[in-house]
Design a protein. Structure first.
Length: 109
């Protein structure tokens, strides 16, 4: 191989290397754009996760309040049932007194 052929081979190799380097720069640029797009999506997902966490805390607080309200309601229903029982007992006593009075008045006639 003579010098001219070697020079030609070196020039061709340099051109091929230059093209390869250019393709690598393009690929790196594309990857950079993809990374920036992913970073943007990651930020959006992070924000959504933070909002979800906040919503979960709110729901937990509401469930706690609901549980407390249920406890209070159960207590009030229990007290109402006790009051109703006492009212029923007093009403039964009153009915008994009225029946005795009406039976006495009825036997006098």
């Amino acid at each position: 191989m003579n010098i001219d052929e070697r020079i030609e081979l070196l020039v061709q190799s340099q051109e091929a290397l230059g093209k390869n380097i250019e393709r690598l720069y393009e690929a790196v640029a594309e990857q950079g754009e993809a990374i920036r797009a992913h970073e943007s999506e990651i930020v959006k997902v992070g924000s959504a996760v933070a909002q979800l966490g906040s919503s979960i805390i709110t729901v937990n607080e509401l469930v706690g309040r609901l549980a407390q309200a249920e406890i209070q309601l159960t207590d009030r229903v229990d007290r109402l049932a006790e009051a109703q029982l006492a009212t029923d007992q007093r009403l039964n006593v009153l009915i008994g007194v009225v029946e005795k009075l009406t039976s006495r008045n009825g036997s006098e006639h």
